[in-house]
Design a protein around this ligand. Structure first.
Ligand code: NAD
Length: 388
């Protein structure tokens, strides 16, 4: 086991506001950043669900001018982020407010940086490529999944749809994350399942990355425990407030660890599959979770035995290999409970794509190098064949 107390750097969003009803604090947080108009960056689904109006009403009641740009695309491609940057350029807001799931928050965060850094969204892909702060942003999540509000990462689909790539920068963090679980109450069951599984993957993957530290393992373990207990409840009954609140908190905890310890090949594969097949991020992660974790249990049982504890495996199971396998069985049960697809064929992936998916995954070295197991392209292809 790596020394989890080795040196580390920990980053997060400077102001994190959490709790059911905290949306009413939004005007104070806007004014703390700037005295001027707001551009709300969001998507049509949120407009139709009435979530946008709840936010604009709070701003209007406080006398803050707000315009709404609702053209965010799900799993945003680079050109839709460029369109958002153009909207910011035209409206010249003092604060850009990303309202939605990861798609809206990521779009707002990258676009805010494009406006001040120039160029196009694609130019800023990579680690610490962005040169200066963007227009100030506030992120308000409406799903419990991505935790984009507390990460310095923002993800886009490449123009050729071969992969998703990430802008990683301290300037991507918003100034404020305002997490009001009530905004997730209207998320339909299949999106609750997919986004909740994204949270689970952030926690489980980051627990076993090479960059994991004591400081990241604690929130990761907490997020896993809460997700195992409350995600099936939130999927079964979206009006279960306790389950919604707990999932928003699990998402936040998983975001702290995701931002600082990173993820592994579950996300690596999911990005390459999701970009090609156009499927939601959480669905793609769920498909890839079990094969990657089974491989890890086979090749690194000692590490996977450590993961067994937050997965709730009884201490009576003392053999390393058995603990690793029991942990995988817990994850299998969770996937089964949330009812998402488990075969690539079910979501429109073509068998002929698999070698390219494997190759694209390995080009994402930030994720591949952080993985405790290092399969080559042929091994990754056969792993994908196993879930076709
Ligand atoms: P999403 O933002 O694409 O939203 C999915 C759907 O849910 C949309 O149709 C939206 O309208 C709807 N929706 C959202 N909130 C709702 C609500 N309260 N009521 C009703 N409908 C609602 O999905 P997501 O999974 O949250 O985000 C996915 C994106 O986030 C992907 O592009 C992924 O790569 C990215 N991501 C980013 C990070 C990060 O660290 N920045 C981490 C994980 C994922």
């Amino acid at each position: 086991m790596a020394n989890l107390l080795d040196r580390w750097t920990y980053r997060t969003t400077p102001t994190v506001v959490f709790g059911r009803g905290c949306l009413d604090e939004l005007p104070d947080h806007v004014r703390r950043i700037a005295d001027g108009p707001v551009l709300v960056v969001t998507d049509r689904g949120l407009l139709e669900a009435g979530v946008v109006e709840r936010v604009t009403d709070v701003l209007a009641d406080a006398g803050i001018d707000a315009e709404v740009w609702y053209e965010v695309e799900p799993e945003p491609p680079t050109d839709s982020v460029d369109a958002c940057a153009e909207a910011i350029h035209q409206t010249e807001p003092a604060v850009v407010l990303g309202l939605g799931g990861g798609s809206a928050m990521d779009t707002s965060q990258i676009a805010a940086c494009v406006v001040t850094n120039g160029g196009r969204a694609e130019d800023w892909i990579g680690v610490e490529v962005v040169r200066k702060p963007g227009v100030p942003t506030i992120s308000i999540p409406t799903t419990a999944g991505t935790a984009s509000e507390v990460t310095g990462n923002a993800v886009m689909v490449l123009p050729d749809r071969s992969n998703k790539m990430t802008v990683v920068s301290p300037y991507i963090y918003p100034q404020t994350a305002l997490i009001d679980p009530a905004l997730t109450d209207s998320v339909p069951p299949h999106i609750t399942a997919a986004t909740g599984m994204d949270t689970f993957c952030h926690a489980a993957e980051s627990f076993i990355t090479k960059r994991a530290t004591q400081h990241t393992r604690q929130p990761a373990a907490d997020a896993m425990r809460r997700t195992l207990e409350f995600l099936p409840r939130a999927v079964a009954d979206g009006t279960d407030r306790e389950a919604r609140d707990q999932m928003s908190y699990a998402c936040l905890q998983a975001g702290y660890t995701l931002a600082n310890a990173g993820v592994i090949l579950v996300h690596g594969l999911a990005h390459a599959i999701g970009a090609r097949a156009g499927i939601p991020h959480g669905v793609a992660n769920t498909l890839c979770l079990l094969p990657v974790m089974r491989l890890a249990a086979e090749q690194n049982p000692a590490l996977m035995a450590e993961l067994a504890e937050p997965l709730g495996v009884s201490p009576d199971v003392s053999d390393e290999t058995e603990r690793a396998q029991a942990g995988v069985a817990v994850m299998e049960r969770l996937v089964d409970q949330v009812g998402l697809p488990t075969r690539l064929e079910e979501v429109g992936v073509q068998r002929a794509w698999l070698p390219d998916v494997a190759a694209a995954t390995l080009t994402n070295t930030r994720v591949a190098d952080n993985s405790p197991v290092q399969p080559n392209a042929a091994e990754l292809t056969s792993l994908l064949e196993g879930i076709y």
